[in-house]
Ligand binder design. Structure first.
Ligand code: SF4
Ligand code: SF4
Length: 362
């Protein structure tokens, strides 16, 4: 496998101090040492030394959710996300990507989403149609919201902005941001082409409000890394809504409810946004904090990885619900549509799962 010197250096520089062990959501869910960052590095190192074939470690490469929990705590500045993504890129270039990943990639290329869906639910479709007129502001919902089984949340995201009297557009035919392809095949040409097409559409607006933190990270951070420009003010949904509350445009009723917040890693670690969602919550409920919050957050699962690791993702979500339960929390609020779906998929009655929109709309 061809790997950059920088990645090779990171692969070989682990000090085996175990400081990152407790934070890996996948390693904790499977209970397998092989799922952790350190074990993944050992596997890649063996491939780099031509002791084993790349194909032999590909399932392991796709076990990582790229949440960056390990790189965030690594005392030596080691970055497992970087070399995991490079291994995915190389596998794609060498035609060594597992079949179950190829299916998701083909769906992205043919249908614009990894789930291969072409229709969104009637209720969301109707809501989108109410906002088909051109305005300066685009609400970008994203592929997980439209096609990943979270239509109801997309509709509520629209209703919150309606409640605040915002004039905005939602596209019936929204281009994919490239976030799913980036996860699957990293910075391959196909990913960049998808991103470029999306950037062109987003640049028709003054402001783009990005609902899904995964798309927000992609558009606000990865586009820059890949040299793709968006000529619009791209903002996260949480920061936009917090601004509406601050300006008095969005009136909230404070409920008699105590909640904890599940920080999405894309906001907390990648975009360094932790307080905006808390401001929204504080206007609507009483906020308590879980252990491992803000940039130390633990990922709670997503829709994309549930396509090929459903049982692991359920365990990931169960463990995060347990974190909330262990401090006596009765309600957990999410700001990521994908985490919301993962947490909701766990059958339990101890902790109520709400999205930010659920909380605002009461
Ligand atoms: S990026 Fe996240 S899932 Fe991947 S090894 Fe690090 S902590 Fe584990
Ligand atoms: S914290 Fe860094 S150096 Fe320590 S075991 Fe984890 S990856 Fe290796």
């Amino acid at each position: 496998m061809i790997m950059s010197d920088k990645c090779k250096q990171h692969v070989d520089s682990c000090r085996f101090c175990w400081m990152c062990h407790h934070i890996c959501p996948i390693g904790n869910a499977t209970g397998h040492e092989r799922s952790t960052a350190r074990a993944r590095a050992l596997g890649i190192s063996l491939v780099n030394r031509e002791a084993i074939e790349l194909e032999e470690i590909m399932d392991n490469i796709y076990e990582c959710c790229t949440c960056g929990g390990c790189s965030n705590v690594c005392v030596t500045g080691w970055d497992p996300v970087m070399f995991t993504k490079e291994a995915r890129l190389q596998a794609a270039l060498e035609g060594k990507t597992p079949e179950y990943i190829n299916t998701l990639v083909d769906n992205c290329l043919e249908k614009g989403n990894a789930y291969g869906k072409t229709e969104i639910c009637d209720k969301l479709s109707a809501k989108i149609a109410e906002h088909n007129k051109a305005t300066d502001t685009l609400l970008y919902l994203g592929a997980d919201t439209r096609f990943g089984g979270a239509c109801g949340q997309g509709k509520k995201a629209i209703e919150v902005l309606e409640k605040a009297g915002v004039a905005f557009t939602v596209l019936a035919d929204e281009p994919a941001s490239g976030s799913q392809l980036d996860f699957l095949i990293s910075s391959a040409n196909e990913t960049k082409e998808e991103m470029e097409k999306c950037a062109k559409v987003l640049s028709n607006y003054k402001t783009v409000v990005i609902y899904d933190p995964n798309d927000a990270k992609t558009i606000k951070q990865l586009y820059k890394e890949y040299g793709i420009e968006v000529n619009a003010n791209a903002v996260t949904y949480t920061s936009f809504v917090a601004g509406l509350i601050k300006d008095g445009a969005l009136k909230c009723d404070k409920k008699d409810k105590e909640v904890v917040f599940q920080d999405p890693y894309q906001l907390a670690r990648d975009l360094e946004e932790t307080e905006e969602a808390r401001e929204i919550i504080k206007a609507n409920a009483t906020l308590k904090e879980m252990l491992l919050n803000r940039n130390e957050t633990v990922w709670a699962g997503n829709i994309l990885m549930a396509q090929y690791l459903p049982d692991v993702i359920k365990k990931v979500a169960e463990r995060r619900i347990f974190n909330a339960k262990s401090i006596g929390a009765k309600t957990m609020v999410t700001a990521c549509v994908s985490e919301y779906v993962a947490l909701k998929s766990v059958e339990q009655n101890d902790v109520e799962i709400l999205s930010i929109e659920d909380l605002i709309l009461g």
